[in-house]
Design a protein around this ligand. Sequence first.
Ligand code: FAD
Length: 316
Amino acid sequence: MAEIFVLVDHANGQVRKTTAELLTIAARLGEPSAIFLGAGAQEAQATLAKFGANRVYAMDSADLTGYLVAPQAEFLAALVGKLKPAALLVPSNPAGKEIAARVAIRTDSGLITDAVDVQAGDGGIETTQSVFAGSYTVTSTVTKGTPIICVKPNSAAPQEKPAAGQVVPVNLTISEAAKAAQITEAKEKKASGRPELTEAAIVVSGGRGTGGDFSPVEEFADSLGAAVGASRAAVDAGWYPHTSQVGQTGKQVSPQLYVACGISGAIQHRAGMQTSKTIIAVNKDAEAPIFELVDFGVVGDLFAVLPQATSAVQAS
Ligand code: FAD
């Protein structure tokens, strides 16, 4: 069976949920192999094997992790060139996209970013993407080289599929050219206790309708174990940090559930959330454009609706 490479997203060996999603997708396409860069492959091995990785190609070297992404791209391009997998799946985050683009250039391969679904088709691997600020949903197939595919978080529900997870150490020499930009300091973001916005299964977002008081949005989010997002109007007003902005000029999210509270549904906001699996809006204006794309809508004041919803979730 053809090997499908999955670039592991991890923090010191702690494998992120997106990797389990990518391995689940890889298992639909062929035989998943994980690529683990940096320290912690042995700790991660059990998780990777649980979600279907038959092999774990691993390299632990400061040459890979002490610099920006160029060394990782060089490593991956060399491995793809040598082992010729049927595809390489990479998380669709800023680092993942840059790595994928560099690998595609080096291996003369086609690249697809922001896929929300990946399936085996008659003409090869087919991906589904939402493009032009979500105006079109397109199906694409890479026709040149190794398909390099960046997959958005929450594109698949992780499914366990126990496999061997054999760790295969790989030692490649990283060129001096790839080590041009060194990481001199890395500061960990202060933990909010909430999931990362782009990875969360549930996102609750607030807009101008909050009037700057995000407490009902945060309390509802916490009752669901959700991440908190914001519209640009709320961010521009200084009510919430830019890192939480959802939309064309913010982050793109694709959770199982997206709850828009006091958000009108401008096209630029939709561009960041309309691939969410289920969308709920709370808005006091029944004519608000957000109601055009929701699965469930509540016409009402968020300051009355959200506390009731929070109590109901807490009581359940
Ligand atoms: P509004 O449009 O003002 O809507 C507020 C809503 O809250 C209204 O529908 C109102 O009925 C409702 N409301 C008010 N009070 C309550 C209440 N008590 N209870 C319930 N509902 C209430 N926007 C983004 O979000 N993300 C982006 O990335 C982004 N990028 C942009 C890029 C460009 C180039 C441009 C030009 C714009 C961009 N925008 C973006 C801005 C976008 O066009 C909208 O202005 C913005 O999304 C509006 O935010 P909002 O829905 O919170 O505010």
